[in-house]
Ligand binder design. Structure first.
Ligand code: ADP
Ligand code: MG
Length: 276
């Protein structure tokens, strides 16, 4: 497969689902004007697992906030299904890193039914219950339907947040470092579970991470961003890694390539000194 970062082979989408077109996002504080991203552009197609990868502070979360409709670009445009994004909506659902994104006074099932009723997907309580149960099963929490969040582990809480997001059947699921606060083993497990869920329903996800390894595991396409202000460094295809193991040579190759891209300036400095 070639290196051009195109949508999945075989798919011939008429139009991208999400278009981010030359988007500059800024924060205005009393004293400062902070440019978080500068003229960033990318296109997400249906069923993409599109990853935004870059160092801390490069504007990944800011981009997600923009797509979610919480922040308006000062330059450029974002469009979902051809319509300009101007406000938040249930067609874009966010999953965060924090374990406290669930409502603590509601059970696992109630957290999901609440979102379904309030997000407008369901008007009927019984239908909401059925959908909630279906997604709780998908994330393997059947036995915990009536459990309150404080009784769950971090990984289980993130599963509920993912189930809730998926149950709402948004056009695009926005995930902001959802596994970053988990221990390494749970994190690996959750990455695999996310891929299994994707195999099941082929949802579209825009996934943010600062981990090169995670980007290669989770992503079908990877947008590499430069440090502050975030600009596009490269867009890479990771389709060829599907069904490969993390230790494979193909994996290592892509990781090295991204590593070199992100650390290009530092590598130049290091080459001035003798090594090995
Ligand atoms: P990332 O998610 O890639 O770590 P962020 O999108 O959180 O980066 O932040 C990008 C830049 O915008 C950083 O310089 C950060 O300090 C700044 N920033 C983020 N949120 C705010 C805010 N609410 N007010 C002012 N500056 C902010
Ligand atoms: Mg962030």
């Amino acid at each position: 497969m070639g290196e051009s970062a195109q949508p999945a082979a075989g798919a011939t989408p008429a139009a991208p689902l999400l278009e981010v077109d030359g988007v500059t996002l800024q924060y205005k504080t009393k004293e400062h004007l902070i440019t978080a991203t500068y003229r960033v552009g990318f296109q997400v197609y249906a069923a993409d697992r599109f990853v935004l990868l870059g160092p801390s502070g490069c504007g990944k979360s800011t981009l997600l906030k923009g797509v979610a409709g919480y922040l308006k670009p000062v330059e450029g445009q974002m469009r979902l299904k051809g319509r300009e994004i101007t406000e938040p909506g249930p067609d874009r659902v966010m999953v965060f890193q924090e374990f406290d994104q669930l409502l603590p006074w509601k059970t696992v099932k109630q957290n999901i039914t609440f979102a379904l009723m309030n997000g407008g997907r369901c008007t009927n309580r019984r239908e909401a219950d059925e959908i909630a149960v279906e997604y709780i099963r998908k994330v393997k929490l059947d036995r915990f339907e009536d459990t309150y969040p404080h009784m769950l582990s971090g990984g289980m809480k993130q599963r509920v947040a993912i189930a809730r997001g998926m149950a709402m059947e948004p056009d695009i699921l926005l995930m902001d470092e959802p596994f970053a606060a988990l221990d390494a083993l749970t994190r690996r497990q959750m990455q695999d579970e996310l891929l299994a869920l994707w195999e099941d329903t082929h949802f579209t996800v825009l996934f943010v991470t600062h981990s090169i390894e995670e980007a290669c595991i989770v992503g079908s396409r990877i947008l590499v961003l430069s440090p502050h202000p975030g600009q596009v460094k490269a867009e890479l295809n990771a389709h060829h890694l599907e069904h490969h193991n993390v230790g494979d040579e193909d994996f290592a190759q892509l990781q090295r390539k991204i590593h070199d891209m992100l650390f290009a300036d530092r590598i130049l400095e290091e080459e001035a000194s003798p090594h090995g």
